[in-house]
Design a protein around this ligand. Structure first.
Ligand code: B12
Ligand code: SF4
Length: 489
């Protein structure tokens, strides 16, 4: 069949991100013998007109639409992408009447709601290499894809909750050396404009942080690729596109023990010069691991710290305490790794004391950068959403498409100003949703100057800290960002 794969994402903040998930779908579809074309709407003017022209020329028999983001998950300057997705579906419908299949991480967080809002013919929640191919086979053979378990259709009812109960169905094709098909896309443009390429080494997460969607999207167990297969892919990427930094998109790269070690050893064994960064957990992050990662090209590590107060860590469902964070931070700095701590303030039970404890501890640790979220984005199906519903603090309808944030009422007035003060004093804090993001123009200039990798690494330089500080000297302005739909509880 002729299959057109469309990536709807046009977000350039913090960077344009190569649509890795759709590239996996493209690879699986090609391997199954179908003819594919891709339409990536990320760059250029008038992408919808281009998309319609492409539909006229390619005459697809099926269109697959990838929906990566629901919103920017930041408060109070929340950006909601629903209308953008509606425009894309309208443009497709105006140009063709073939079935439209919805998928992607954003779609998978709220599959039924997206199906209703966007009137997709079919939808697949979670990883979809196998199911998408099965769906195409059904269409090709005149069968009803609605009979395939896991495929959503417009005509089925009572599917509510099905995908939350069946998260991250393993896709055998994925572990089986299926590499994403990057060639049909302009991967090079993402490296130039976005500063990093991306690669996935495993799926799933065994931890139970109570606000987190990753286990729902990818499954509660780890499914790892072989180190040799991962490094084959890295090597091919460097040979094909030249040297460029990579981001490992795994939920946490350094757990379970042995996985990243195997990859690092293989990188060193092949003498590959690759710079990379990742998300990591402080759990079991010891001196050996940090040093091996540094030797194998790791230039920045984004620790999912969330808080540095034992009570607050427990309430967020984290599997470590403040002492573990201190230790992990020290090992990383000793190994020469740049560290960014991601923090979440305002969750249930947060008090002025827990906020101050976290801020004090973070300042003591002297990381390169801090990304601090104000409020917890509440996602359906997460333990936190269920807990708040059971406690009567939110209703189920609060976990729908309108981005909803929980801020503990007692500290709601104090929190934003206090975080802005931290940012002003230190200069290395980034407050998504509370400050103007790096404007696309400045981002372009930095990339054009050849600065690659995550931009938070620049916060080690006094001049960048000065620029960062100056953003907090005009509190109360909206910096021209549309304050779209969102709710605070
Ligand atoms: C790594 C990551 C990042 C990195 C990316 C770095 C890089 N160079 O790639 C960074 C830190 C930069 C980042 C930024 C952002 N991110 Co992010 N990110 C992720 C993460 C952890 C992995 C994404 C990934 O690559 N997965 C691997 C691929 C293979 O999986 P996949 O894309 O899901 O694709 C599979 C399926 O979805 C499906 N599929 C995909 N497309 C299609 C199409 C069809 C037709 C079908 C049938 C199926 C299908 O099949 C694929 C293969 O199995 C996810 C969480 C997660 N675990 O998914 C969040 C996630 C995607 N991010 C999210 C968000 C919000 C953002 C930001 C907006 C945050 C911000 N304010 O800055 C930005 C947006 C950036 C942008 N330009 O779009 C949200 C999106 C949901 C939401 N709330 O809207 C997620 C889901 C996390 C969350 N909060 O739940 N992110
Ligand atoms: S926050 Fe990180 S460690 Fe916790 S469940 Fe999510 S991905 Fe796993």
């Amino acid at each position: 069949m002729r299959v057109l794969l469309v990536s709807a994402n046009r977000e350039h903040i913090p960077d344009p991100i190569f649509p890795l998930g759709l590239a996996y779908i493209a690879a699986a579809t090609q391997h199954a013998g179908h003819d594919i074309d891709v339409a990536d709407l990320c760059f250029g003017r008038n992408p919808l007109a281009r998309l319609q022209q492409q539909i006229q020329t390619f005459r697809p028999e099926v269109v697959g639409l990838s929906i990566r983001n629901v919103d920017n998950a930041a408060y109070p300057l929340t950006v909601d992408y629903l209308s953008l997705h509606q425009d894309v579906v309208d443009a497709i419908r105006a140009a063709t009447s073939v079935p439209v299949v919805l998928g992607g991480s954003g779609f998978s967080i709220l599959p039924e709601t997206f199906m209703q809002k966007l009137h997709g013919d079919y939808g697949i929640s979670g990883e979809a290499e196998d199911l998408f191919v099965a769906l195409l086979d059904a269409l090709e053979n005149g069968l009803d894809p609605g009979n395939i378990p896991g495929v959503l259709t417009q005509h089925r009812e009572n599917l509510a909750g099905l995908y939350i109960k069946l998260p991250g169905r393993p896709s055998p094709r994925w572990n089986n050396s299926l590499h994403p098909a990057r060639q049909p896309f302009d991967y090079g443009r993402y490296i130039r404009r976005g500063g990093t390429g991306n690669i996935q080494t495993k799926r799933g997460c065994i931890f139970k942080c109570n606000y987190c969607t990753y286990p729902l999207l990818e499954g509660h167990g780890f499914r790892e690729r072989l180190a040799t297969d991962v490094v084959d892919e890295i090597q091919t990427l460097l040979e094909t596109y030249g040297p460029h930094p990579l981001f490992f998109v795994d939920s946490i790269l350094n757990f379970p023990r042995g996985h990243i070690e195997g990859i690092c050893e293989e990188i060193l064994h092949r003498n590959l010069a690759v710079r990379w960064s990742c998300y990591a957990t402080p759990v079991k992050l010891d001196r050996n691991q940090a040093q091996l990662m540094a030797r194998a090209g790791c230039e920045g590590i984004d620790l999912g710290t969330d808080a540095v107060d034992d009570d607050q860590l427990r309430r967020l469902g984290k599997s470590f305490n403040a002492a573990t964070v201190f230790r992990a931070n020290r090992y990383c700095l000793e190994a020469g790794l740049r560290v960014c701590h991601t923090l979440i303030f305002g969750g249930p039970g947060e008090t002025g004391t827990t906020i101050r404890n976290t801020c004090r501890a973070i300042r003591d640790m002297q990381p390169t950068a801090v990304i601090a979220m104000t409020g917890v984005r509440i996602y359906p199906g997460t333990p936190l959403a269920e807990q708040l519903i059971a406690a009567g603090k939110i209703s189920r309808s609060d976990t729908g498409l309108t981005p909803t944030f929980y801020i503990e009422p007692d500290i709601a007035d104090f929190l934003p100003g206090y975080l802005q003060q931290q940012a002003l004093e230190t200069g290395n804090w980034v407050l998504p949703g509370m400050e103007p993001p790096l404007l696309p123009l400045s981002q372009r200039v930095l990339r054009a100057l050849g600065i690659s990798g995550p931009l938070w690494r620049l916060l080690r330089f006094p001049w960048m800290r000065q620029i960062s500080r100056s953003k907090f000297r005009r509190p109360g302005t909206s910096w021209g960002i549309p304050n779209l739909r969102r709710k605070v509880l």
